[in-house]
Design a protein around this ligand. Structure first.
Ligand SMILES: [Zn+2]
Length: 284
């Protein structure tokens, strides 16, 4: 089974507590436990979404012991003042961005992850919070990353942002909440893979402080476009964002698979495509 978007630095319970574990260096036993949970759940491929504490870099060194083909961006890259500090490092200029790409390479990255938009305000109206990268910024980010042989994974929500990211040449769209049918043509043109991480929203249903009505609208909107996209040939991969709240490693991946199955989506081709592209030199 493939997990195309997870975070070994976290455990699906409490983000703050997980980060505190790595405060004085990676909590290696904790990372090993998470990899073990994945292996026991039948996961043989795991693409990490990055962290800011070198946990995924460590996992890259040892995942083979668990029989896992593991890929990491080491850290995700966000623009200073924008969303993303919880999973990575920031840039102010594109020169900084290039330096971060070089550093990711040195630290053993297999690809580059950018944070192209905010996250959804799950506790309010579910809309996207904060600013997004422009098309020009994304295009330049992709140019720099592919110059180093790296494909780009983009955290992105909102129809316009998704279209910008796909036009800019990113190879996978992470989350992609609040899409419209117009994104489908962009996916088909670019050949990029959609990793919808349905479990991140679905597994919040019933949790205190979250509105079922808001979550339901997010899921319905995304589900309708996913169905149509799949029918038209868009590649969709299984990535649960395991490690995120209520998405434990192993179980989260099984959840994601069954949610996509409910939508009539088989991820085999999308999963395979992710594993082909998201490796060092994958952009060549
Ligand atoms: Zn993530």
């Amino acid at each position: 089974m493939y997990e195309c978007h997870g975070h070994v630095a976290m455990d699906g319970v409490d983000f703050g507590a997980a980060m505190a574990r790595h405060r004085n260096g990676v909590d290696k036993e904790f990372v090993r436990r998470n990899l073990k949970s994945c292996a026991e759940a039948g996961i043989s491929f795991f693409r990490d979404g990055g962290d800011r504490c070198m946990a995924s870099a460590f996992a890259g060194e040892i995942a083979g012991e668990y029989g896992i083909d593991y890929r990491t961006p080491v850290f995700a890259i966000h623009k200073h003042g924008y969303y993303g500090s919880i999973v990575g490092r920031s840039f102010r200029s594109m020169k900084d961005f290039a330096a971060l790409v070089a550093e990711a390479r040195k630290l053993g990255a297999d690809f580059i992850k950018i944070m192209a938009s905010g996250i959804l305000g799950f506790k309010t109206d579910g809309k996207i919070g904060g600013p997004s990268l422009t098309y020009e910024e994304m295009r330049e980010a992709v140019r720099i990353a592919s110059g180093e042989g790296f494909c780009v994974m983009a955290h992105v929500n909102g129809a316009e942002n998704i279209k910008n990211a796909l036009s800019a040449g990113v190879k996978s769209i992470e989350h992609g909440f609040w899409p419209d049918s117009g994104v489908i043509e962009y996916f088909l043109q670019s050949g990029a893979v959609w990793v919808p991480t349905v479990a991140t929203v679905r597994n919040l249903l019933g949790r205190e402080g979250f509105s079922c009505e808001v979550l339901g609208r997010i899921l319905e909107t995304q589900g309708a476009v996913l169905r149509e996209a799949y029918a038209k040939g868009v590649l969709i991969a299984c990535g649960s964002d395991s490690g995120a709240i209520n998405v434990p490693h192993g179980k989260g991946t099984h959840d994601e698979r069954s949610y996509l199955k409910e939508l009539g989506i088989d991820t085999e081709r999308g999963d395979r495509r992710i594993s082909e592209l998201f490796r060092a030199e994958g952009a060549y």
